[in-house]
Design a protein around this ligand. Structure first.
Ligand SMILES: C[S@@+](CC[C@H](N)C(=O)[O-])C[C@H]1O[C@@H](n2cnc3c(N)ncnc32)[C@H](O)[C@@H]1O
Length: 536
């Protein structure tokens, strides 16, 4: 495996399979799901409004770990034949067995009859896996990944559905959330991204949208040939078990599954062979592959428990330019954050989107799908329709992606302000925007910045918050003194999106367009871009 340097504790090949590793107790919220847009955690789940929104049955939230209050009607391990009715948020399907509480079933599809094995029970509902398909949906396919099965890797939810069916399921979930939470009846179409079966993929042409405002040249992203739906994930967080095996977590569990190979991972990540190495002493290995096809445009970061006080650091003479980066509390202790050390590759990755090059810290946020940054940028431009001289506010701006594609469109008579709380992202963003002196980034919490009267005059606003959705202060800003006329809301969580849309609509905004993109094939995640227009 070229270039990857495991932690100093052990570079021996791993001793064997992980069969002897004791499974950890299943715990709520431990899903090894794609982390935000970028393999990074995008905040914790949203609050009560979101929970109320979850679950197609309009009942309890299948993600919630409610303690049973009375003798449950199901027991773990029980098998029951059920008819699958609908899809629910989070990669679940819904069954309502007669006389019994609702069941949330994974590995199933709407319209199927399956034998479901109960995996968890609460007083209100059960979770289950479809272990036998007695009547299959025409949308069912053989999962490409051998680890995508009940009890296997929890990273993907819909490997057993065709790609068009996956998109239809995600569209149904977005529609449900809009209807239930915001009272909006919308027909949603989830659009594939380049490489995953777009019309242009099928025709063999480039589907990158054209714009006369953004200069597209030789550095424009061209999707690499890959099987549709696979090989897209440019950020992967592997968990490491007590034997030093790097794998992915089982669903709703801390158990590390030795996947060997992750088929949705980008080829640049798979080529590093991280899962073939022994990572004893580490708790995780984060791997990122930059979009620009440049030598060593990747990063392997070892995560260790800072409290354990282990020695760590890249092996001397490692390939690339390893630079140790410690974020842990040097005093250790319970509150210490995990220590992260760049073990191989580069501290900064080169990305490409919207006809420009971008520099992003290896552990900073960037869209995980290679085509997502360009496609979402284009959708934001279409949503805001900027003109020369416009003033723009980019909230939760990361390394400046949207600010950077909007800046040339508003020109030097306009102004763009980005707000971002991560200091490293702000440093990246300032470099990325250096060509546009009229575009600046502020390091601040959006909740604080939104109250700044200076920002009230911005005519166009874009926000791309973590899963928790918009801070209340942002809603207050948008529905209060702000002069904003158009708002592009980029969201990776349909439930918080619906919650926020309800508040914005109540506060004088109208939902114009709502687009959805399949930026996370094989998983239940979906990216939306809502266009809102202020009613005066
Ligand atoms: C989903 S990312 C979007 C980044 C950027 N729009 C992009 O597509 O590359 C969300 C960003 O919000 C930042 N963030 C999260 N909470 C924040 C807060 N309260 N105030 C400011 N920035 C925040 C994160 O650091 C992250 O960079």
């Amino acid at each position: 495996m070229p270039g990857v340097v495991p932690p100093a504790q052990g570079r021996q090949r791993r001793p064997g399979a992980v069969g002897g590793v004791a499974p950890q107790a299943a715990r709520a919220g431990a899903v090894a799901a794609p982390r935000g847009h970028g393999g990074q955690p995008r905040d914790t789940a949203a609050g009560g409004a979101v929970r109320a929104a979850d679950g197609a049955a309009g009942g309890p939230d299948p993600q919630e770990g409610t303690a049973p209050r009375e003798e449950p009607p199901f027991r773990v391990g029980q098998e029951i034949d059920v008819a699958i009715e609908d899809v629910a948020q989070g990669g679940w399907c819904v069954a309502r067995p007669e006389g019994l509480p609702v069941m949330f079933v994974r590995h199933a599809l709407p319209g199927e009859r399956v034998t479901a094995r109960v995996t968890e029970v609460t007083s209100k509902f059960a979770r289950a896996d479809a272990v036998r398909v007695n009547q299959a949906s025409p949308d069912r396919v053989t999962a490409p990944c051998p680890s995508a099965h009940p009890g296997g890797c929890g990273g993907c939810d819909w490997q057993h559905a065709s790609l068009p069916a996956q998109r239809a399921l995600k569209a149904a979930v977005v529609e449900q959330q809009l209807r239930r939470v915001a009272g909006l009846d919308r027909t949603v179409t989830v659009e594939p991204l380049a490489g995953d079966g777009t019309a242009a993929d099928i025709a063999g042409t480039d589907d990158m949208p054209e714009t006369d405002a953004i200069e597209t040249d030789a550095i424009e992203a061209r999707p690499a040939a890959r099987p549709p739906g696979l090989g897209w994930r440019t950020r992967v967080q592997f968990a490491v078990d007590t034997q030093g095996v790097a794998g992915l977590r089982a669903h709703r569990s801390h158990r590390v599954v030795d996947v060997g190979d992750c088929l949705i991972a980008h080829q640049g990540i798979r080529d590093l062979g991280v899962t073939a190495e022994n990572w004893s002493g580490a708790t995780g290995v984060e791997v990122a592959s930059g979009g620009l096809d440049a030598a060593e445009n990747y990063a392997v970061t070892v995560v260790e428990d800072a409290a354990a006080g282990r020695a760590s650091g890249p092996r001397p003479g490692a390939k690339g330019q390893p630079r140790g980066r410690s974020r842990g509390n040097p005093r250790g202790g319970r509150a210490a954050r995990p220590r992260r050390t760049l073990a191989a590759g580069r501290a900064f990755l080169a990305e490409q989107a919207g006809g420009r090059l971008w520099q992003v810290s290896a552990d900073g946020f960037w869209q995980v799908h290679p085509a997502a940054a360009g496609r979402l940028s284009q959708a934001v431009i279409e949503a805001l329709d900027p003109a020369p001289g416009d003033t723009v506010l980019d909230l939760y701006c990361g390394a400046g992606l949207f600010a950077g594609v909007l800046a040339p469109l508003v020109g030097q008579d306009g102004a763009v302000t980005g707000i971002e709380s991560d200091p490293a992202a702000v440093r990246n963003g300032r470099q990325n925007l250096a060509d546009f002196p009229w575009a600046g980034l502020r390091e601040a919490d959006v909740a604080d910045a939104a109250g700044d009267p200076e920002l009230a005059s911005c005519r166009l606003v874009v926000a791309d918050p973590p899963r928790a959705g918009l801070a209340r202060a942002v809603i207050d800003y948008l529905t209060g003194d702000s002069q904003a006329e158009r708002f592009a809301y980029v969201s990776c969580d349909p439930a918080t999106l619906a919650r926020d849309l309800a508040l914005l609509i109540a506060g004088g905004w109208r939902l114009d367009q709502l687009r959805a993109f399949d930026a996370f094939p094989m998983t239940h995640h979906v990216e939306c871009v809502a266009t809102l227009i202020r009613l005066r």
